[in-house]
Design a protein around this ligand. Structure first.
Ligand code: NAG
Ligand code: NAG
Ligand code: NAG
Ligand code: NAG
Ligand code: NAG
Ligand code: NAG
Ligand code: NAG
Ligand code: NAG
Ligand code: NAG
Ligand code: NAG
Ligand code: NAG
Length: 476
């Protein structure tokens, strides 16, 4: 993992500054999985380990009582569910990744520590050495996203799909398609069990890379592997070509709606953290698992991909990569600040499994220099591109039927709207999913029994609440 080391990106300060972390929002990719071309995809043991390790790192950072970044008032060791909001699309790889992350975040407390006493005096321990159950809300947007190679499919946003399709008519795409044709065709013997010769082109840059990447990690007997390994350059080229292909589909400055997944995420982050401030820390830690496409869209929208050292931010986030938005105040305090004026935000990213040795790096957002922003500037810059209401989503996406029917006049008037502008005035209630989360169709409280033994209990259906019923086509 190559890390930026420049004046603009800084490692976290080692010495304890007088500051207090008030809350955080973590957006994470899943861990190592099987290939998309061999569905259904599944989280591997390696992937389980990766996200578990990352969860452990964030536990040491935010949950541990003696950490300098301990989130003010966040329960240590024994989880308090009302302080967390965890979500992931209804997708096996992402749900299991979230669950593995949570095992690392709040490890089993030990049988005795979890003991409860019944009326008749019998003491009952939690199973699995005090395993802690933490519900994960299933968001419908990007359902089954790890099983689909076309990342815009799951957004259900008409203008975003149209915009992404335009990528295939761009000069950039045509040029790469032509210049890499030989390169891909020469690799045919490696993947001929899965792809046909006519599929061997830049058009399938990601799925070819994905298949070979997974095989290189897991399969000791890849056919014609020498075609890949003879030159170090070959695999690197597969990766960088896949990177530009997927970035091209996820973001285009002249057609911002292509990044709709990042726009929705931005609103969810601001909504959650605003709830943390307004609720004096009632909800403290937001965690969402999602696909790399959402990272790429966000990198583009937030100008991470554009800043002076942004090369890396044009690429697909590695397995278990996390971007974290940390809310803090510049003083050592023991109660939440009464005004948002005292609250700042920093953005951190780690391109892969996060550990103490491979901790996140702070980067500046929005093409600026500073490594932190006041809450007002952060929220203002995010809302310049975020989409946080059904009405706004419908008009930006040009959708006018189904859930968008009530807003169809608006949708027709601005069907080519870029999604820019600030028509957003979310009635924030501090509860992720209740208002802003377009993505949420069903709030499923998943009872995670074990990774691999996921049991989801559908408790609540939010179909009647505004903004909650947008569906992307569910992909199983
Ligand atoms: C953690 O939360 C539980 C309730 O879920 C509470 O009973 C317990 O006292 C809390 N522990 C600490 C250390 O705050
Ligand atoms: C749990 O509690 C019981 C009785 O209170 C005690 O005998 C046992 O050693 C404890 N186990 C652990 C692992 O602390
Ligand atoms: C106490 O109640 C639990 C649950 O109903 C039961 O399993 C257990 O056998 C009872 N113990 C005694 C000593 O009655
Ligand atoms: C939006 O419109 C597209 C294209 O007509 C359609 O495929 C998609 O399902 C619609 N999305 C919603 C949420 O209705
Ligand atoms: C970006 O969008 C513009 C405007 O729609 C289009 O002309 C251009 O070809 C697109 N470029 C890519 C790489 O998709
Ligand atoms: C696939 O490639 C292998 C060599 O890697 C070759 O032996 C086999 O005949 C090829 N199969 C087809 C259908 O082209
Ligand atoms: C490894 O690759 C070979 C040839 O490419 C294939 O036949 C075999 O099924 C693969 N094994 C696994 C475990 O995927
Ligand atoms: C934050 O929440 C308050 C009320 O809870 C609301 O007035 C304000 O507009 C929200 N700010 C943002 C940036 O969403
Ligand atoms: C993450 O690392 C991979 C290489 O492992 C690279 O291709 C990609 O550009 C990096 N992505 C980001 C967002 O830094
Ligand atoms: C904000 O970041 C700058 C560097 O960009 C640093 O000098 C300053 O101390 C930071 N302020 C706070 C309050 O963290
Ligand atoms: C974005 O942040 C900068 C300061 O870093 C601030 O000057 C600017 O007003 C902010 N923009 C919005 C729209 O809030």
């Amino acid at each position: 993992m190559v890390r930026l080391s420049t004046a603009l990106a800084a490692a976290l300060p080692a010495s304890a500054a007088a500051e207090t972390v008030l809350g955080a929002y973590i957006f994470s990719r899943h861990g190592d999985r099987t290939a998309k071309k061999t569905p259904p995809t599944g989280l591997t043991n390696l992937g389980y380990q990766q996200v578990h390790d990352s969860g452990n790192y964030y536990s040491s950072r935010y949950v541990a009582a003696d950490s300098q970044y301990h989130i003010l008032g966040l329960n240590s060791s024994t989880v308090k569910l009302s302080q967390l909001a965890v979500s992931a699309p209804a997708d096996g790889v992402l749900q299991n990744s979230a669950s593995a992350f949570l095992q690392g975040l709040y490890p089993p407390v030990g049988a005795n520590a979890s003991a409860q006493t019944l009326a008749n005096g019998t003491s009952v321990d939690a199973p699995l050495d005090g395993f802690q159950l933490i519900p994960i809300a299933a968001i419908s947007s990007n359902a089954g996203s790890e099983d689909t190679t076309w990342l815009q499919d799951a957004t259900g946003c008409a203008n975003a799909e149209t915009s992404s399709n335009q990528y295939f008519y761009s000069a950039e795409y045509e040029a790469l398609l032509a210049s890499t044709m030989d390169f891909y065709q020469r690799l045919y013997p490696v993947v001929n069990q899965t792809f046909s010769m006519k599929d061997m082109s830049f058009k399938n840059a990601y799925s070819i890379y994905d298949l070979i990447n997974v095989a290189e990690i897991h399969n000791a007997t890849i056919q014609s592997n020498d075609l890949v390994t003879a030159s170090e350059d070959t695999f690197h080229q597969l990766l960088t070509l896949a990177n530009s292909h997927e970035f091209g589909l996820a973001y285009n400055q002249s057609s911002p709606i292509r990044g709709v997944a990042g726009m929705q995420l931005a609103a969810e982050i601001v909504d959650f953290l605003n709830g943390t401030i307004a609720g004096a820390g009632k909800q403290k830690l937001g965690i969402q698992f999602g696909a790399y496409g959402t990272f790429l869209s966000f990198f583009g929208l937030s100008q991470l991909a554009g800043h002076a050292d942004g090369d890396n931010f044009y690429g697909i986030a590695d397995y278990a990569a996390t971007m974290t938005f940390e809310l803090y105040t510049d003083a050592d305090v023991s109660t939440y600040p009464t005004t948002a004026d005292d609250v700042r935000v920093r953005f951190m990213y780690n391109n892969g499994t996060t550990t103490v040795a491979q901790a996140p790096t702070v980067y500046p957002l929005f093409g600026q220099q500073s490594l932190n922003l006041s809450w007002a500037d952060f929220a203002g810059n995010m809302s310049a591109f975020s989409i946080g209401s059904t009405e706004h989503w419908c008009s930006a996406c040009g959708n006018s039927t189904g859930v968008c029917a009530p807003f169809s006049a608006t949708a027709a008037a601005s069907s080519s709207s870029s999604g820019n502008g600030n028509g957003l005035s979310p009635a924030v209630n501090g509860v992720i999913g209740a208002m802003v989360t377009l993505a949420v169709i069903l709030l499923i409280e998943g009872l995670i029994v074990l990774v691999g033994g996921l049991r989801i209990v559908r408790k609540k259906d939010l179909r009647s609440s505004p903004g909650s019923s947008l569906s992307g086509p569910a992909k199983a």
